[in-house]
Design a protein around this ligand. Structure first.
Ligand code: GLC
Length: 463
């Protein structure tokens, strides 16, 4: 790197290159721009990287919204509603809930455009895209806040979409907790990684979805029962996550001395967690004043891995309390080499190794220790870190992390992820020209220049 090149020049060139990538990734359908493909890498290891993924489109959509290119976001939201109705029935299922697709593509057959979606029925590993419908409603909320287009949000098609999402999320099944029970790999981590049950990222998105539905559903007699359910579930979810997902030094000490086999409503170890199951690293690693929300919780299982995205989304949408939010950022600051390192951000800390890797990932060579989802570093997550920092008056941390990304990402051709403990190496099987790596950087620049945009988008942490 030429030391004479100042950061602002670098930033300008980098941002111009990022825009070039996003613009070249736009997907059109029926003459309208409707999304962006995930990666422009002709050598991408999987065929579906040329599709428009719902979760990958969100950072692009934020860029479009902030640039006044709001049509494309509206078109996307509308198209996803249409695509949802294309989901095939499954024999043996009664009234299959209509979910939103993980991704879609537009192909040309006999000179005509053909729309094809993946509801997990084509995806590698047949994973269920539970997060898609949550991102859809969050994006609708962003769109309305920026455009004030309430007419669209209140249209019958959107209201039907919102009610359907809430219907699926709030439907009673075998639940005994206010958190949402989901199958394995049903969100950004869409491979086997021991993230089944009640993973944090889904709970943060679930909370955000409930919050969005409260403002987007038309008030009135028809929606009264569902709004009442939403409000109760949201309150219970917050209390539950604060009580059981939060981990700091005091709580760790409590868990370390847990008694077991306790029956009844009021007991300190409700989930029968055996203290012996808590890995040794955590007592060393957890900073004295910091704290974070653990990755997952179910009977006898407290997954204390640190998942950056779930924690930051909890900060941004207000699932974490103000005090928790500050202490989550403290963890980033105190464990900077582990969580930011040579490329922000580490997706999950620490990596699983040895037998644990064999058993939990199913010996997945893409998820070897410190690679990909298993402890890789993902630039697409940077915008959530920068947003959280700006919201909590830690612009210094935001700039430090951005500086690292600006110096590497454009020159490295926007890799999807990086490998190694500190994220030094371009990911072994990472795509180049990964669109959300580029859009993430553009969002960061915009937010640092004008942090009031966060409130405009509705990303306000708990007070
Ligand atoms: C990988 C990621 C997933 C992402 C997709 C497209 O499957 O795990 O989160 O949406 O690639 O980039």
């Amino acid at each position: 790197m030429n030391k004479d090149v100042s950061l602002s020049e670098l930033t300008q060139d980098g941002i111009a290159a990022a825009y070039e990538l996003i613009n070249s990734a736009i997907v059109s359908y029926e003459g309208r721009e409707v999304g962006t493909i995930a990666s422009h890498d002709p050598n991408a290891p999987a065929e579906n990287y040329s599709e428009c993924f719902v979760r990958d489109f969100v950072p692009s959509a934020i860029v479009f919204l902030l640039d006044g290119r709001t049509e494309i976001v509206r078109n996307f939201l509308q198209l996803i509603l249409r695509v949802r109705d294309m989901q095939e029935e499954l024999a043996g299922h009664h009234n299959l809930p209509r979910v939103m697709p993980a991704s879609f593509r537009v192909t040309i057959r006999d000179g005509k455009e053909v729309l094809k979606a993946d509801f997990g029925d084509r995806a590698i590993g047949r994973v269920a895209p539970v997060d898609s419908m949550m991102w859809w409603i969050i994006l609708l909320d962003f769109y309305v806040r920026i455009t004030d287009d309430w007419e669209f949000a209140h249209s019958p098609e959107c209201q039907r979409g919102i009610r359907m999402i809430m219907g699926i999320c709030l439907r009673d099944r075998f639940e005994v907790f206010p958190t949402l029970l989901v199958p394995d790999a049903s969100f950004m981590i869409d491979r086997r990684m021991g993230v089944f049950g009640h993973p944090l990222e889904i709970q943060s998105l679930f909370f955000a979805s409930l919050r969005c539905a409260q403002t987007l559903l038309v008030a009135g007699k028809e929606n009264e029962p569902i709004l009442e359910m939403i409000s109760q579930r949201k309150n219970n979810l917050v209390t539950y996550v604060h009580d059981y997902y939060w981990l700091d030094a005091a709580r760790l000490n409590e868990i370390h001395r847990f008694e077991n086999e306790l029956f009844g409503k009021e007991n300190s170890n409700a989930f029968n967690i055996y203290p012996e199951s808590i890995p040794e690293w955590v007592a060393e690693w957890l900073p004295e004043d910091g704290g974070y929300l653990v990755g997952n919780l179910s009977p006898g299982r407290l997954d204390v891995r640190f998942f950056s995205f779930g924690n930051l989304l909890a900060v941004l949408f207000g699932l974490a309390s103000r005090n928790q939010a500050t202490r989550i950022l403290d963890v980033f600051e105190m464990r900077w080499p582990d969580l930011i390192g040579m490329m922000p951000l580490k997706i999950c800390y620490p990596a699983m190794q040895g037998t644990e890797w064999h058993l939990m990932t199913g010996s997945d060579p893409k998820n070897t220790p410190w690679s990909y989802h298993n402890g890789g570093n993902w630039p697409c997550l940077l915008w959530t870190f920068v947003s959280a920092c700006l919201n909590l008056d830690r612009k210094d941390l935001a700039l430090r992390a951005m500086d690292i990304a600006y110096h590497r990402l454009p020159g490295d051709q926007w890799p999807e992820y990086y490998d190694g403990r500190s994220g030094r190496l371009v990911g072994r099987r990472a795509n180049y020209h990964q669109v959300w790596s580029a859009s993430s950087l553009i969002i960061c620049k915009k937010l640092v220049e004008d942090p009031s945009l966060l409130a405009k988008l509705g990303m306000t942490p708990a007070r």
